[in-house]
Design a protein around this ligand. Structure first.
Ligand code: ADP
Ligand code: MG
Length: 473
């Protein structure tokens, strides 16, 4: 009875933001990220009043498309979260001044439940709702090991096989995006589910944890939610940073986490920073930090090469050694980007039958490599130009009008304009405190020379190459 009352109070506290973000989350799950970004992300929540959910679209076009294709689904999802919703009012957003945004009082009203708290029933929690679906490609067999992920892999394998990680039953795998955290966590859940019927494991993203928790409060099934999680042998929560700082969800996570750890169960967490950098209460933080904490670092060239080769084979895409080398050398930021590049190549090979030789590969990947990989600073450009023309950086920055310094100075200005988004004023400043008119003049002079002297074009291509740019095709 006390627990029911607490549910009710917690439910009342849930804000309008939680409601709308839960609707959006479900729409994203249902329709995928592309449809979501095109049609649902632009919608704005206004209010819920008299059984009407009012939302706005930024344009008539989006409004009509949503009404024709998705309105029934939005209504169904919204009504699941708040059964009072019977009608959806979708209008084109008027000037912001004419739209009444919900007041604090209205926000509170949204989740006011008219029932007597004593009549609220705790419904059984539907456990199949809980877990995030697993990607069948994310298995240990498909995970390629290298120095940057070796420790994380062995910790994950130990959990999967039920071996003790020393004294640890808390594992934290952290690292920036696209390095294989989700892959490893899902591999653990997949392995346990497939091979050990007497052990139960659940993988869920922290985002899903939050939305399921909020939903369970609305459905009065939060006790079931808790019990289900606490009955697991292994709980895997991905991207924990997502719920940090969101007070009630974070507290719910901390309670679940502590209950599992205290009863000797295993919890595996992934996040994008160290446990101490997470916004959590000290007790949970220090428990996490006291676990087996391993970082996945960026993959080195050899690992990128192997991953690419493996993923190409899985796609039945025959890539030559020079293409594999080029792609793994050029795409360095994350394995996810590497995979993006590979999918791009596969798309061209399978849809236009194009032969994936080195030249075509460079052409296909030109934009994504330029967009993602090259971040050069003006000082780096000046140093590289100086080295190429065998002068010193100081000489390029000097006031000297000697031709052997003027050309490198013009080339440095020209490349800086092409490869950075700095203003001409910034470029001038970095090039020996020159004003922006001087930079314009330098670039103009160089362009005149380029049209008559092709050797300077070659110089520029070589300099771009040593800056890590694609060599000219
Ligand atoms: P994160 O969760 O760290 O952001 P993901 O696990 O989503 O990264 O990995 C991004 C992509 O890169 C996934 O498709 C994953 O399969 C792949 N990947 C990352 N590391 C490896 C690896 N060592 N071997 C094979 N694939 C990998
Ligand atoms: Mg991930």
């Amino acid at each position: 009875m006390q627990a029911h009352t607490r549910n009710y109070v917690e439910a009342q506290k849930a804000s309008v933001d939680d409601f709308w973000s839960t609707v959006l989350f479900n729409l994203k799950e249902e329709f995928g990220v592309n449809t979501f970004n095109s049609w649902f992300a632009p919608l704005s929540f206004l209010e819920i009043q008299d059984n009407i959910l009012r939302i706005t679209a930024p344009t008539q076009f989006i409004r009509e498309c949503v009404i024709n294709n998705y309105l029934h689904k939005i209504k169904q999802i919204a009504a699941q979260i708040d059964p009072r919703i019977k009608v959806i009012d979708l209008r084109v957003k008027a000037n912001s001044a004419t739209i009444a945004t919900p007041t604090v009082a209205q926000e509170k009203k949204v989740y006011t439940n008219d029932n007597d708290t004593s009549s609220i029933k705790v419904e059984a929690y539907e456990s199949s709702n809980l877990t995030s679906s697993l990607d069948s490609r994310y298995t240990f067999d498909n995970f390629i090991v290298g120095p940057s992920n070796k420790l994380a892999l062995s910790a994950a394998q130990a959990v999967a096989e039920g071996r003790k990680n020393g004294i640890h039953n808390v594992i934290v795998i952290y690292g920036t995006v696209g390095l294989g955290k989700t892959h490893l966590l899902q591999a653990v859940a997949d392995y346990i589910n497939a091979t050990q019927p007497n052990r139960s494991a659940a993988y869920l993203s922290a985002e899903k944890f939050m939305h399921q928790y909020i939903l369970s409060l609305k459905n009065n099934s939060s006790l079931g939610f808790r019990e289900h999680l606490r009955s697991l042998d292994v709980l895997l929560i991905d991207d924990l940073q997502f719920i940090c700082g969101k007070s009630s969800t974070q507290q719910e996570f901390a309670n679940t986490f502590n209950a599992l750890v205290e009863s000797g169960k295993t919890v595996v967490i992934s996040c994008d920073r160290t446990p101490y950098q997470l916004e959590l209460d000290m007790r949970t933080k220090s428990r996490l930090a006291g676990g087996l904490v391993t970082e996945i670092k960026a993959a080195d060239l050899a690992l990128r090469y192997e991953i690419l080769k493996n993923k190409a084979q899985n796609l039945n895409l025959d890539l030559t050694k020079d293409v594999l080398e080029f792609v793994s050398q050029s795409v360095t930021s994350s394995v996810r980007e590497l995979e993006g590049a590979l999918n791009n190549l596969a798309h061209h090979a399978f849809n236009s039958g194009i032969e994936l030789n080195l030249r075509n590969t460079k052409e296909i990947l030109k934009d994504c490599i330029l967009a993602h990989e090259v971040v050069v600073s003006i000082p780096t450009i000046i140093d590289t130009v100086a080295k190429y023309y065998e002068v010193t950086t100081k000489e390029i920055l000097s006031k000297s009008r000697e031709p052997r310094f003027v050309l490198p100075r013009q080339v440095a200005a020209y490349i800086s304009k092409q490869l950075t988004d700095k203003s001409l004023k910034d470029i001038g400043h970095a090039l020996g405190k020159r004003d922006h008119a001087t930079v314009i003049y330098s670039i103009k002079k160089l362009e005149e020379r380029l049209s008559v002297d092709t050797s300077i074009n070659e110089d520029i291509a070589k300099i771009q190459d040593s800056l890590g740019m694609l060599p000219k095709l």
